[in-house]
Design a protein around this ligand. Sequence first.
Ligand SMILES: C[S@@+](CC[C@H](N)C(=O)[O-])C[C@H]1O[C@@H](n2cnc3c(N)ncnc32)[C@H](O)[C@@H]1O
Length: 246
Amino acid sequence: MRMRRKKWARPELAVCPFYIEHAEEYKGKWNTVFGNDKPIYAELGCGKGGFVVQAAQYYPDVNWLAMDIKSEMLAVARRTITADFEAKGLEINNIKLVSQNIEKITTAFDENDKIDRIHINFCNPWPRKRHKKRRLTHTRQLMQYRTFLRDGGEIHFKTDDDELFEESLPYFEHSGFSIKFITRDLHNSDYAPNFETEHEKMFSAEGKKIKLLVAVKEQLPEGYVPPKEKDELPLEHNEQGEDQCQ
Ligand SMILES: C[S@@+](CC[C@H](N)C(=O)[O-])C[C@H]1O[C@@H](n2cnc3c(N)ncnc32)[C@H](O)[C@@H]1O
């Protein structure tokens, strides 16, 4: 099911002081956005903001970039964040909501952007063979993230989807990441702190086990080219595939 169009989304985002519409304007200088030198963590596909609102309060000394492709999602996230921070009497000074297609993330980030950590929460599983390369954990994506993720930086990836999780393991290996932590039952593991997302609550209520891994960026030899994944079939002309987000 797709999220309904919200007439108020764009007008509210337009006046939101922590919303960034043109991410490419900050390419190579994301450290200037918050006006301090604190580490920057990015959430890719933030949806309705349930994760970042908790994470940003738990880690006030981290700057958070919460990105999504859909303005409707970002607008809901804006409301979630504003309401929660206001209710607690907190100032929103360590979150930016960023409009960005993650498949083209290197239009907005480069090697001068030393991002410390990336969170990918419940990205679309894209189960059909010809769509797999659109997964936000695909080798093609991970190699892009390497350009702006600090050496030794981490990717925290969680999903309910068994196939996406298992097939992502070689993607991480082929992209020069080592696995520091892995669990196929997050809610019965010692990973902490865990901030439940909207999709995580929904899937765990259905009895699905949540999977999580923490991958660390390792060095790769100069000129390294990852092997082609078996699923790297070209998308058919103008093919969009199905977006499974609500
Ligand atoms: C299944 S939802 C998960 C939302 C949230 N992370 C959660 O766990 O509840 C996937 C989110 O990723 C966003 N998304 C999908 N493809 C994207 C892309 N290429 N670039 C940016 N965001 C994307 C969708 O708009 C949606 O908000």
